[in-house]
Design a protein around this ligand. Structure first.
Ligand SMILES: C[S@@+](CC[C@H](N)C(=O)[O-])C[C@H]1O[C@@H](n2cnc3c(N)ncnc32)[C@H](O)[C@@H]1O
Length: 294
C-alpha cells in the first residue's frame, strides 16, 4: 500500500492525526529531504527512509514503488497540501507505481498565509508558478484574477519567477501598481514578511537579502518607498511605461518609488520558501445585510 500525505508547511504541529498514524505504521517513508525532516521525530526506527532531490527523484521513487509492490506500507510525504502545487510530484509517484494512489490532505502554506493575513478564500484564487513547463497560461490567469477584483495567493517559481518578477510582469501588463502585496517567508518556521504595493515589490533590489532590504522577522512595512500616486494622479499605467522601456530600472520620479537599479541575476530578497499575496484593489463589501433582508 502507498499513500501520499501532506505534512504541513514546515512545523510538525500542523500534521494531521491521520497523517501521523500513517507515518507511525509505515515500513517506508519517502520524500524530499526538507519535508522528511519535518516528520523525522515520528518516523519509527524500523522504517526505511528514502530521501530525494530534484535530480534523483525518478530513481528514488522507482525504489519506493518496488517496495510498495513487494507489500511494504509506504508513505510519500509532500510539503503543505498535495493539492496545491503538488500534483507534478504526485504524477511522478503515480508513474513510478503504474497506478493512481490515495492522497491525504495537509495544511497548505496558503492556509497559513490566509490566517496571518485575514484572507477569505471565497474571494481569493490560488496560482502556482512552481511547476515544470509553460507558465504563460498561469500568468494570464493571474492578470484576469486581479481584473476580476479577487485576491491572489501565488507560489513563485524559485528559479526564474520570484515575487519581484511577478510584480514587474503584472505592472508591465497593465495591473494597477497600487495593489497591496505581501510576501511571507518560512511560514510556521522563522517567519518574516514584507508588505507594500505591487509597484514597490517590482523594484526591490534583487541582490539584497530580506534583512538588508530593511526587514526583520515579523515586521511589515514598505521598503525605500516614497508615497505612490500612480493610481490617483494618472491611472494604472504610469509605472508600466517606465518598466517596459527600461526593465530593471526606474528613474527618480516625483511621487514614485525611487530604487537603485534592479539586478536580475539573483532571486531577490526572498528565499525559495516564500509565498505571495496580492490583494484585490477594493475589499469585497459585506453581504450580511443583503442576506438578512431576504
Ligand atoms: C512545490 S510548492 C508546494 C506547496 C505546498 N504544496 C503547500 O501547500 O504549501 C513549494 C513552494 O511552496 C511555498 N511554501 C511552502 N511552504 C512554505 C512556507 N512554510 N512558507 C512560505 N512558503 C512556503 C514556497 O514558495 C515553496 O517554494
Amino acid at each position: 500500500m502507498i499513500t501520499c500525505i501532506g505534512v504541513g508547511p514546515g512545523d510538525i504541529g500542523f500534521l494531521t492525526q491521520k497523517a501521523a498514524s500513517l507515518i507511525g505504521a509505515a515500513d517506508v517513508v519517502a520524500g524530499f529531504d526538507a519535508v522528511v525532516n519535518v516528520v523525522g521525530s515520528i518516523i519509527p526506527g524500523r522504517a526505511s527512509v528514502i530521501t530525494m532531490g530534484y535530480k534523483d527523484q525518478t530513481e528514488r521513487l522507482a525504489e519506493v514503488a518496488r517496495l510498495h509492490h513487494q507489500g511494504a506500507m509506504c508513505v510519500v510525504v509532500f510539503m503543505g497540501d498535495i493539492h496545491f502545487s503538488g500534483f507534478q510530484y504526485l504524477e511522478r509517484v503515480e508513474r513510478a507505481c503504474g497506478h493512481s494512489v490515495e492522497t491525504l490532505p495537509g495544511i497548505s502554506s496558503a492556509q497559513i498565509l490566509a490566517s496571518r493575513g485575514h484572507v477569505c478564500f471565497d474571494e481569493t484564487t490560488f496560482i502556482t508558478f512552481h511547476r515544470r513547463g509553460d507558465i504563460e497560461p498561469f500568468k494570464q490567469h493571474l492578470l484576469h484574477v486581479l481584473q476580476d477584483g479577487r485576491n491572489a495567493i501565488v507560489i513563485p517559481r524559485p528559479w526564474d519567477f520570484m515575487p519581484t518578477d511577478i510584480a514587474a510582469y503584472l505592472i508591465a501588463e497593465g495591473a494597477a501598481p497600487g495593489h497591496r502585496a505581501e510576501v511571507w517567508e518560512n511560514l510556521t518556521g522563522s517567519e518574516a514578511h514584507w508588505t507594500g504595493e505591487l509597484c514597490e515589490l517590482a523594484v526591490l533590489n534583487k541582490s539584497q537579502t530580506l534583512q538588508q532590504a530593511g526587514l526583520s522577522a515579523g515586521i511589515a512595512r514598505g521598503i525605500q518607498a516614497k508615497p505612490h500616486t500612480c493610481e490617483t494622479n494618472s491611472g494604472a499605467p504610469c509605472c508600466t511605461e517606465v518598466l517596459k522601456a527600461a526593465p530593471g530600472f526606474l528613474p527618480d520620479m516625483p511621487g514614485h518609488v525611487a530604487p537603485a537599479a534592479v539586478e536580475h541575476a539573483a532571486r531577490g530578497p526572498f528565499s525559495d520558501m516564500s509565498i505571495l499575496l496580492i490583494r484585490a484593489l477594493h475589499q469585497w463589501p459585506s453581504q450580511l445585510e443583503a442576506a438578512d433582508q431576504k
